[in-house]
Design a binder for this molecule. Structure first.
Ligand code: GTR
Length: 430
């Protein structure tokens, strides 16, 4: 082994979290020919070995099994509604002339009256003015809060814990005035509003800070009987499950807002939040369009393809994202009863869009493509078409019908190009 790789290996052994993941990016395999052969778990066969041949059998037999496998082995089980009880929505602001008069902006504080120890979450909703009907809505979590998503400077600054970032002007794990708009390139609000669509977002850290011990100050501790003394058992929900829960609570609110058509909700997320949007879409069928942007390992990318990020790396860097069981599949992917084509299939027959970026090799673009391809047999049971191609398409050439895909020029990010495709896709189905 070259000496620089050896020293990188030694350094990375001492690292945790984001730093560990970053160090591993230099060590990972990026060579297709070095992926050991693998066999995907059968999608259309029940655990008892019965072939699934109709949409009805998928919906009533196989789908519940697959969902339960993801709960047990990957993301953990979301507690039942009785656990959190009533959800309160308080509209704290309505600004009718937002974005130069194009939109109405609402801020909504969402809380659990039976669990006051949880500080709640602040949802920001933009709806188009003058549409004359309730708007379809994109629903997605943000990395840095409402003030970072919006270019408007009159939004309360989030006071919650945030991951360290010089770029985003996060100081001592808190947002600063200079953090305003730092995520706005990923949320082209005017473009979305101009297309007659609404957008609802919340800061994922409102539900739980994104760090290994973050759950102690988040919703998971509050809802657990033992609070921060909890020992997570195999199958208990991880942080991705909790963040996805937040998206479903936004859907609860949107069902009460006359400016939004709650029968037309697209769930969207990028990267770790793309993993989150896939899991939210799998569990909550009110999201009638599902979008995964560069979700990678733990998201759309097939876990059995050992290229870019691996199960071993992600479960070491970010153990809190998953249920405790998932780490058992580090370097043991073949033993896992699921792979990510099954996560895509959980969206069926609803339209799903999977997007990659050509420089985002860490996320395994080809593995993201393949999971959608391998989910096609389930869509076919519903008479729905998938990609229409079997090979990854050329760069910037979207393909697909009910399952769609593109690989865009550039790096790990959400760009206007991505949003242009999502808007076209969602509107085609709405
Ligand atoms: C990386 C991680 C990826 C992806 C990404 C992100 O460090 O390895 O799985 O989630 O973070 O969320 O930006």
């Amino acid at each position: 082994m070259p000496r620089h790789l050896l020293s990188l290996l030694m350094i990375s052994a001492l690292l945790v979290g984001e730093d560990f993941a970053e160090a591993q990016q230099k060590l990972a395999n990026y060579d297709e020919s070095k992926i050991p052969p693998y066999t995907l778990p059968a999608l259309l066969k029940t655990q008892a070995g019965k072939a699934v041949t109709t949409a009805d059998e998928w919906t009533h037999m196989r789908r519940p099994e697959v969902l339960a496998l993801f709960e047990q082995h990957v993301f953990g089980k979301t507690p039942s509604a009785a656990t959190w009880g009533k959800v309160d929505f308080q509209v704290t602001e309505v600004k009718k002339d937002a974005l130069g008069g194009k939109a109405t902006r609402k801020l909504i504080h969402l809380s659990l009256p039976e669990h006051p120890a949880w500080a709640g979450m602040d949802v920001m909703l933009y709806t188009p003015n003058g549409l004359g009907k309730p708007a379809p809505c994109f629903v997605g979590p943000s990395f840095n809060g409402n003030h970072a998503v919006s270019p408007e400077t009159d939004i309360p600054l989030s006071t919650r814990w945030m991951r360290a970032s010089k770029d985003k002007n996060i100081v001592n794990n808190r947002a600063t005035e200079a953090s305003r708009g730092s995520e706005s390139s990923r949320w082209p609000l005017e473009m979305i509003i101009d297309q007659g669509c609404a957008v609802a977002s919340y800061y994922y850290g409102d539900v739980e800070p994104d760090q290994a011990e973050g759950w102690k100050e988040g919703l998971r501790a509050v809802l657990s009987q033992d609070g921060p003394a909890t020992e997570w058992k195999e199958g208990d929900w991880g942080a991705i499950g909790a963040w996805a829960w937040g998206l479903s609570r936004i859907a609860d609110y949107l069902e009460t807002d006359a400016d939004v058509n709650a029968k037309q909700l697209a769930v969207i997320g990028h990267s770790r939040l793309g993993k989150t949007s896939l899991w939210a879409g799998a569990q909550d069928q009110r999201f009638d369009v599902v979008i995964s942007n560069n979700s990678g390992e733990g998201g759309a990318a097939l876990m059995r393809r050992n290229i870019g990020e691996t199960t071993a790396v992600i479960t070491k860097a970010f153990p809190h994202w998953f249920t405790k069981t998932y780490v058992n599949y580090a370097n043991q992917e073949a033993a896992c009863p699921i792979d990510k084509h099954m996560l895509i299939a959980l969206a069926a027959p609803r339209p799903i869009y999977i997007a990659s970026a050509v420089e985002d090799t860490w996320a395994d673009p080809k593995g993201e493509f393949l999971s959608g391809l391998q989910a096609e047999p389930v869509y076919a049971l519903f008479g729905k078409k998938g990609y229409g191609v079997t090979e990854q398409p050329a760069i910037d050439s979207p393909v697909g019908d009910a399952i769609a895909y593109h690989i865009r020029t550039g790096k790990h990010d959400v760009t206007d190009y991505d949003w242009q495709q999502y808007l076209k896709f969602a509107k085609r189905h709405w």
